[in-house]
Design a protein. Structure first.
Length: 252
C-alpha cells in the first residue's frame, strides 16, 4: 500500500500528485494555502517516497489506478486532482479513466506527447551529482532555487544523503513517455482542466496550450520567468491561478 500524507483541511477532496523523483511532502508549501478549500492529501507514487512498491516496469495506468484506489479508500471523491509533471500525467489519465472521481484537474508543466525522447540525457546529468550528499545543506546548496524541494527527496544513510527513489526505477517509468501518445486521454476528459505552463519548460512547444484548447473545458496559463517547478519559481502566480480555478469550481 502506498503512503498518504494528510495535510489537513476539511470538505472536498484535493489530491496532490508529485513529479518524477519527488514525493508527497514536496507539496507542503502549496498545501498550506490549499487547506482553506478542502481536505488536502498527497500521495507517494510507486517507486517514490515511502511507497513500499519498488521495482518493475509500470504503465501510467497503474499509477492512475493507485490514485483512484486512494480516493475511494479515503472517501475523497469527487476530488480536485493537482499534478506536477509526471503527477500531471497521472492526474490526466485518472480523470479520463475515472471521471466520477475527479471534479477538476490541474496539470503543471507536462505535455501529452514526448515520443522520440529518451532518458539518456538524464543519465548523463544524474551521473554528475555528488552523491552521497554530505548534508541537507549540501543538497540545498547544490540544487539552488529548488534546493528545498530536493531536500525532501533524499534520506540519510551511514555515508550521507541519497535519493530515496531508485534511479533505475525512474528511468523505467520515464522511458514509457518517449514511446506513447497521451492525447486520447485529453479527448476523453469531462472535468474542467487548468494547464499551468512554465515559460522555461523543457516540454515540447505548443502542446500545453493545445491540451487546454482540445479539452472539453480547458484553460491555459503561461507563467513568465518560471521554471519547470512553477509552484516554486513563481509561487504567487501559481497560487493565484489555482485559487481562481478552485473558487470557480467549488463555489457553492
Amino acid at each position: 500500500m502506498f503512503d498518504v500524507v494528510e495535510f489537513g483541511g476539511s470538505g472536498p477532496g484535493i489530491v496532490l500528485l508529485h513529479g518524477l523523483m519527488g514525493r508527497a511532502t514536496t507539496w507542503w508549501p502549496v498545501a498550506q494555502w490549499l487547506t482553506r478549500y478542502g481536505r488536502v492529501v498527497g500521495l507517494d507514487a510507486r517507486g517514490h517516497g515511502r511507497n513500499t512498491h519498488r521495482g518493475g516496469d509500470w504503465r501510467t495506468e497503474d499509477f492512475a489506478a493507485d490514485a483512484a484506489s486512494a480516493i475511494r479508500r479515503l472517501d475523497l471523491g469527487p476530488s480536485v486532482v493537482i499534478g506536477h509533471s509526471m503527477g500531471g500525467l497521472h492526474a490526466l489519465v485518472l480523470a479520463a479513466s475515472e471521471p466520477s472521481l475527479v471534479r477538476g484537474l490541474v496539470v503543471e508543466d507536462f505535455a501529452p506527447d514526448q515520443r522520440g525522447r529518451t532518458v539518456d540525457p538524464w543519465r548523463a546529468e544524474f551521473s554528475r551529482w555528488p552523491v552521497p550528499f554530505q548534508s541537507l545543506a549540501h543538497v540545498r546548496s547544490f540544487f539552488g532555487p529548488v534546493g528545498d524541494y530536493f531536500a525532501e527527496c533524499v534520506e540519510e544513510r551511514c555515508d550521507g544523503y541519497h535519493l530515496i527513489a531508485d534511479l533505475d526505477d525512474l528511468y523505467r517509468i520515464a522511458a514509457e513517455w518517449g514511446v506513447r501518445d497521451y492525447w486520447p486521454f485529453v479527448d476523453r476528459l469531462q472535468s474542467p482542466l487548468l494547464v499551468i505552463e512554465a515559460e522555461h519548460t523543457f516540454m515540447p512547444p505548443g502542446q500545453q496550450a493545445a491540451m487546454a484548447a482540445r479539452a472539453a473545458d480547458g484553460r491555459h496559463i503561461l507563467v513568465e520567468g518560471a521554471g519547470h517547478l512553477v509552484q516554486l519559481s513563481a509561487p504567487a502566480v501559481y497560487r493565484g491561478a489555482v485559487e481562481a480555478f478552485l473558487s470557480g469550481l467549488l463555489d457553492g
